[in-house]
Design a protein around this ligand. Structure first.
Ligand SMILES: [Zn+2]
Ligand SMILES: [Zn+2]
Length: 758
């Protein structure tokens, strides 16, 4: 179609443009504008040559960004002129492979789209009830990608040869499966099987068999996108209890899958933002206020005011939800503290004795990914666990990483981060690096990320804590420059990175524990920080943590340490003292002597102490449980707030003991836990605001960044943010990056890069 005035251009498109239907989209766009040429994938993204009239080429180039498909994220379009060659038509050419992938991105997995769902339910369609239907707008991506560029042969779908009908769809530019790499059908794709506890195939339809088991109160392991899940009917209290017991006394709340948004609305109160997140392509678990009449057993989320709900995100989950017509629990297929099982043999071995039946298939999972978990804060997403559906989408930052970085993250809720150019890739949730299995999963996932993003790390960032396994892993890497980043500095930097803010700011980092620059355990910190460095401007009053790790598992020990500091030898006659009277004196002696009792300024431990004193929780089953339950108890009608003094000095100290003492007095006076929880939250928030104001007066800084796992607590977050806004501070809070340790690797990466530049 090249006329007399025709020009030809070479275009490079970088960003999230592979695996999202970008090449078919370019073909369609070229057709619409009458442009000739070709498009293909290479390790750096998408390359295009296009020929046509200049004005048409301009419109075509603008459309590459402006009209891109829903799952695409176009970061750069580079255009250069070249010699016209004539010719007509526009086609997709073979992918070019290269040694150094530099800009190519792998898309996150996307929930089943409406068009595929219609086919699934259409008896006349050849994919009627086919559990692996997908298209260019939906389906597995990251979890099946083995390498780049993104092509079928670089996914686990390479095991399946397309049938003639699928090949036609794949090759037809007018088809919505044009160049959809995981395209398949019952004739050529993966197949579902139901296996009994004995490993033998069940008779009949596999979905029907699994549904029958669930209805009979059994625990069923289901192979999903990013790993195996365990399922029971949500209303079946006995089955839920059995699942908890078999998962080795798991006490975390379970998530519930509902067939659609209307069904989810019978379980939780959904504000519009929550419904948007629930129905979006990422399909996370959304935490929302539980309805009083929700048809869900109490054991699903004991002690919680909220319930985690999600919608089906694969055809298999849809088929099961449609068949059951009631919500089912879907929790990661592992034992407490182990990573999610995703390799078939290993899953069948590890889940034997846990599951009564298995619903499995023969599409391999290359990368494990747990379900993501989000809350809503002021109508925006607040990601708590960033995994399936989110990873490995890049977090764009307005700075360059001078050399490729690997940031190894923290010990708990580990994620890692690889970064190059101006992109940082935060990994899926790995878990607590406390077992060989988790460490292996971490090391394998690091290798996978480095491979698919073509990163050979030159700089490796790690936490200050020498005993974190992530630190040990970093120190084992050869031929790299190591940069140690303080835990709370990394938290604040992760918040700055998410906002593209370079600092300096006043950072408030509230979390469980992180090793401080002075060798004590920090966790209630006010830092004056930028990306390069920080100064500790203030903190919560520090107390001994009697027994170290034992005090983390037993919040009553923190109550003992605080009450002893406040009341000395005459502890008030509180129920928590009575419940632990045999061990109490020894724990107090331990704290006084400083024996195995490291000092901590942790906000998480402060919540623990108040939760124990208020009678909410003495001993926990998972990290953060006491704080979560204290938050759940907050009486929203309560307007009171405990006072806390600020102790002038460098650094400034928030007298947290004032809050604990006031709570203890209220308990002794018979005030209920809901009002105590509210007064504590409101008092702590007010103290934080006053401390920030004092630091602001000293430094002239007017921007505050809030980070750390304690700020997953939206009651505290709202109180602190609104207090700071009343003082006219600009406040940065997390949204797409978790405030907890799952976001810390991003902070480590940007701090390492800032120091690498110098
Ligand atoms: Zn689809
Ligand atoms: Zn087929």
């Amino acid at each position: 179609m090249s006329g007399t005035g025709a020009r030809r251009i070479r275009v490079r498109v970088e960003g999230l443009v592979q695996g999202v239907g970008f090449r078919p989209f370019v073909c369609g766009l070229a057709g619409a504008y009458g442009v000739s040429g070709f498009v293909g994938n290479d390790p750096g993204g998408v390359f295009i040559e296009a020929e046509g009239e200049p004005s048409v080429l301009d419109a075509f180039t603008a459309g590459l960004t402006g009209q891109a498909p829903p799952l695409a994220l176009v970061e750069r379009v580079l255009v250069e002129p070249t010699e016209p060659v004539g010719g007509s038509g526009f086609r997709i050419v073979a992918s070019r492979r290269g040694e150094q992938p530099d800009g190519a991105l792998v898309s996150p997995d996307a929930g089943t789209c409406a068009a595929c769902l219609r086919e699934l339910r259409d008896p006349g369609d050849r994919r009627h009830r086919y559990p692996f239907a997908n298209c260019t707008d939906c389906g597995p991506r990251f979890t099946i990608v083995t390498g780049v560029p993104y092509d079928r042969c670089a996914t686990t779908m390479a095991d399946f040869e397309m049938c003639a009908a699928c090949a036609l769809e794949y090759g037809d530019p007018g088809d919505r499966r044009f160049h959809a790499q995981p395209v398949c059908c019952p004739a050529c794709g993966p197949a579902l099987r139901a296996l009994g506890a004995d490993g033998l195939p069940a008779a009949g339809d596999p979905v029907e068999a699994a549904a029958g088991w669930l209805e009979a109160g059994r625990v069923v392991a289901i192979k999903g996108l990013g790993g195996y899940h365990l399922a029971v009917l949500a209303a079946d209290g006995a089955a839920v209890a059995a699942l908890r017991a078999r998962k080795r006394r798991e006490s975390r709340p379970f998530a519930v899958l509902a067939a659609d948004a209307a069904a989810a609305g019978t379980l939780v109160h959904l504000e519009p933002a929550a419904e948007r997140l629930l129905t979006g392509t990422s399909r996370p678990i959304v935490l929302a206020p539980r309805r009083r009449d929700a048809p869900v057993a109490d054991a699903v989320a004991p002690g919680a005011r909220e319930l985690g709900v999600m919608l089906p995100y694969t055809p298999l989950h849809h088929l099961l939800a449609d068949r059951l017509a009631v919500p089912y629990v879907l929790t990661s297929g592992n034992l407490t503290d182990e990573p999610i099982a995703y390799r078939d043999e290993e899953a069948l071995r590890r889940l034997a004795g846990v599951a009564d039946g298995f619903l499995v298939h023969d599409r391999r999972i290359e990368a494990p990914a747990d379900d993501s978990l989000v809350r809503v804060f002021r109508g925006r997403e607040l990601v708590v666990r960033r995994s399936r559906g989110y990873a490995p989408a890049p977090v764009g930052v307005p700075w360059r990483f001078p050399r490729p970085v690997l940031a190894c993250g923290a010990q708990l809720k580990n994620t890692f981060c690889v970064a190059r150019g101006n992109q940082a890739f935060l990994s899926q949730h790995i878990g607590d690096l406390e077992s060989y299995e988790t460490l292996r999963s971490f090391a394998e996932s690091v290798e996978h990320f480095c491979r698919i993003f073509g990163v050979r790390p030159a700089v490796v960032a790690h936490d200050l804590h020498p005993e974190y396994l992530s630190t040990a892993y970093a120190r084992d890497r050869e031929d790299v420059d190591l940069i140690a980043v303080q835990h709370h500095h990394a938290h604040i930097a992760s918040c700055l990175a998410e906002h593209g803010h370079g600092g300096p700011v006043i950072g408030v980092a509230f979390d469980g524990l992180g090793l401080g620059a002075d060798g004590t355990l920090w966790g209630g910190e006010l830092l004056v920080a930028d990306l390069v460095s920080f100064r500790r401007a203030g903190h919560l009053e520090a107390v001994p943590m009697p027994g170290g790790a034992a005090a983390v598992r037993q919040p009553w020990r923190m109550a003992a340490a605080w009450l002893d500091r406040i009341h000395g030898d005459a502890p008030p006659g509180l129920a928590v003292v009575g419940r632990h009277r045999e061990q109490w004196p020894a724990v107090v002696r331990m704290a006084r002597a400083g024996l195995n009792s490291p000092l901590t300024s942790s906000a998480g431990r402060l919540f623990d102490a108040v939760a124990a004193i208020a009678g909410v929780r003495d001993v926990i089953g998972y990290e953060g449980q006491a704080a979560a339950e204290l938050e759940a108890r907050v009486d929203p009608g309560e307007r009171g707030a405990y006072p806390a003094r600020l102790i002038e000095g460098e650094p400034l100290v928030i007298a947290a003991g004032d809050l604990v003492g006031a709570a203890a007095e209220d308990v002794a006076a018979g005030v209920d836990a809901g009002r105590i929880a509210a007064r504590f939250h409101r008092g702590l928030a007010a103290a934080v605001v006053r401390a920030v104001r004092a630091v602001g007066e000293g430094t002239g800084l007017r921007t505050v960044a809030l980070s750390g796992g304690v700020f997953q607590n939206t009651v505290l977050l709202e109180a602190v943010v609104s207090g700071l806004e009343r003082e006219r501070f600009q406040v940065l809070v997390h949204s797409r990056v978790p405030p907890g340790d799952g976001g810390i690797a991003l902070g480590q990466a940007v701090v390492a890069a800032a120091n690498d530049r110098r």
